[in-house]
Design a protein around this ligand. Structure first.
Ligand code: GLN
Length: 246
């Protein structure tokens, strides 16, 4: 089997170890003998972004979001094609925001999103920035599990039809709304940055299975030894005062 991953705006959208998510996907493929190709694309490079099994976009501050959004909008048709074709998407923070209706920054400037989903994001005031480690109870592809991550965003994402998780500690989509991220059967969008897949191997494998599904249908992945990864997750859950349940 082989897998084609596209990392969009690798040079601009990469905060708090987001690139670790790509490394984890690659390593977990290699350890199972799955050939994994990672391509990158950035502003103005003319790459056809359809035809990938998995599209990844990391987070970025308002500055970077402003730099890339027009280029992103110019790829709307190709991204829609990728969606229609069954590609999986993993979107973090600033990337998550730009697949919705819009992001309104602290000065009231509106950055138009791709509009693929109904959610929209408006910046909070400075006293309500969502910063720190976060623990959630997530549900994805019929599995329910605890996950941990790190968030740092002013954006408050509202009108999220299908959140990824319920917040146990931390903030998530809004300062105190109690829900985190957005999930469909193809898209996982979350505020949890680069610690997402390294500390939550279960999420990594669910994302990989989604990506492989496009060409190979439902596949079973050979289990890996995740002792260290699980320990990292459980350490953070415990530190946040959350009882480890799975
Ligand atoms: N600029 C956005 C916000 O603060 C996204 C930040 C991020 O990707 N960490 O909401």
């Amino acid at each position: 089997m082989n897998l084609k991953i596209l990392w969009m705006y690798h040079d601009l959208m990469d905060l708090y170890g987001d690139k670790g998510n790509i490394q984890v996907l690659k390593t977990r493929c290699e350890r199972r003998g799955i050939d994994c190709q990672v391509d990158v694309c950035t502003i103005g490079d003319g790459l056809d972004v359809s035809g990938y099994d998995l599209i990844f976009m990391g987070g970025g501050a308002d500055f970077e979001q402003n730099l890339i959004y027009q280029d992103l909008l110019s790829r709307r048709e190709a991204l829609q094609k990728a969606l229609d074709d069954g590609a999986a998407f993993l979107l973090i923070c600033g990337g998550y925001q730009l697949f919705g209706q819009y992001y309104k920054d602290q000065d009231g400037k509106i950055v138009e999103g791709l509009g693929f989903f109904d959610y929209y994001t408006e910046s909070s005031d400075r006293d309500h920035r969502c910063i720190g480690n976060i623990a959630v109870q997530a549900a994805m592809d019929g599995e329910v599990f605890q996950a941990v991550g790190f968030e740092n965003h002013g954006g408050q994402t509202k009108n999220v039809a299908t959140p990824f998780a319920r917040v146990l500690k931390g903030h998530g989509n809004t300062y105190d709304g109690g829900y985190e991220g957005f999930v469909t059967d193809q898209v996982l969008a979350t505020y949890m940055h680069g610690s997402l897949l390294p500390k939550n191997p279960r999420v990594a494998d669910l994302v990989l299975k989604r990506a492989l599904r496009r060409r190979y249908g439902q596949v079973e992945l050979e289990p890996l030894d995740d002792t260290l990864e699980k320990k990292a997750r459980d350490t953070m859950l415990t530190r946040l005062g959350v009882r480890v349940e799975d």
